[in-house]
Design a protein around this ligand. Structure first.
Ligand SMILES: [Zn+2]
Length: 291
């Protein structure tokens, strides 16, 4: 055998070995599905935020799509293991990558539904024709009701938008029959609440939104990055944010600079190891009308 041919083949084999070793290292964690109440399920794992779905009489409605095409496919496969019904709707809670970039793993042509500002953010972020095929086909400004099982009394899903909060397009997905709501990233438990100012998020709007959520006849709340919570956790979250807002307002009144306020809260740089500004910084900027 020609030596150069041998080297070439062994080189290819070596590259295949290293590529597969690399893939094995980056293996995506599996998704796990948990039944929460009635036919509502939560999906954890894979790449990206927690997602959910509800199995209706005629179809499945998915809530959020995870972060990669592969994770989106994992979610679709997990749904297929439980039902042969098709996915009839994909509801998006907001435009962050870890909630929407897995859309390409879903079947094409299923209506994708989002608050209108969320579609605008996705319109900027989705560049390739493949991604753009999954831009929301239905939007709403304040409220939209989906009758998942047309002709049936059950399967009503209400999409509600209150105010700019985590972003300016957060949809609360409310299932009145199950007394349950999926609230996207409107709550973080055990870590700093993220507010995306670059997407017009606002801590005061978040408080109003969470109060709106508490007006719903619901007692279980699913979210993107925490375990399911009860009304109590939402009440506590509101109180914590309002406390911070009041304390920082007092510090602003006393003429404290942002750096001084951050020091008082023990925050250096971006805060709490996050690449996003801390809630303290967001509240300070809101109070001082800094863009
Ligand atoms: Zn988010």
């Amino acid at each position: 055998m020609d030596r150069s041919f041998f080297h070439c083949v062994s080189g290819i084999l070596l590259s295949i070995f290293f590529i597969s070793a690399g893939l094995a290292q980056q293996a995506v964690p599996p998704v796990t599905v948990e039944k929460i109440r009635g036919n509502v399920y939560q999906v954890k794992g894979g790449a990206g935020a927690n997602t959910g779905f509800i199995i209706g009489e005629k179809n499945v409605a998915a809530i959020d799509a995870k972060m990669t095409e592969e994770a989106g496919k994992q979610m679709v496969d997990a749904i297929k293991k439980l039902t042969s019904l098709p996915i009839g709707w994909i509801i998006i809670t907001h435009s962050d990558q870890d909630h929407v970039n897995g859309l390409t793993g879903f079947p094409q042509g299923v209506p994708v539904i989002a608050q209108e500002n969320t579609r605008a953010h996705m319109d900027k972020a989705f560049r390739s024709p493949r991604e753009r095929a999954y831009l929301p086909s239905v939007t709403f400004p304040g409220k939209l009701t989906i009758y998942q099982d047309a002709g049936s009394q059950t399967g009503r899903i209400e999409l509600l938008y209150f105010d700019p909060a985590h972003t300016d397009g957060d949809a609360v997905v409310y299932f009145p029959d199950e007394k349950l709501a999926f609230i996207g990233d409107l709550i973080f438990i055990g870590r700093d609440q993220l507010i995306h100012r670059h997407k017009n998020g606002d801590s005061r709007g978040l408080v109003r939104t969470l109060k709106g959520v508490l007006n719903l006849d619901a007692d279980i709340f699913l979210s993107g990055h925490s375990d399911p919570v009860t009304r109590r956790a939402i009440q506590d979250h509101i109180r914590n944010i309002e406390d911070k807002q009041a304390k920082i307002a007092q510090l602003v009144k006393e003429g404290k600079t942002l750096d001084e306020v951050k020091k008082i809260y023990g925050i250096d740089g971006q805060g709490a190891g996050s690449r996003w500004p801390s809630l303290v910084e967001i509240i300070y900027l809101e109070l001082t009308h800094t863009k």
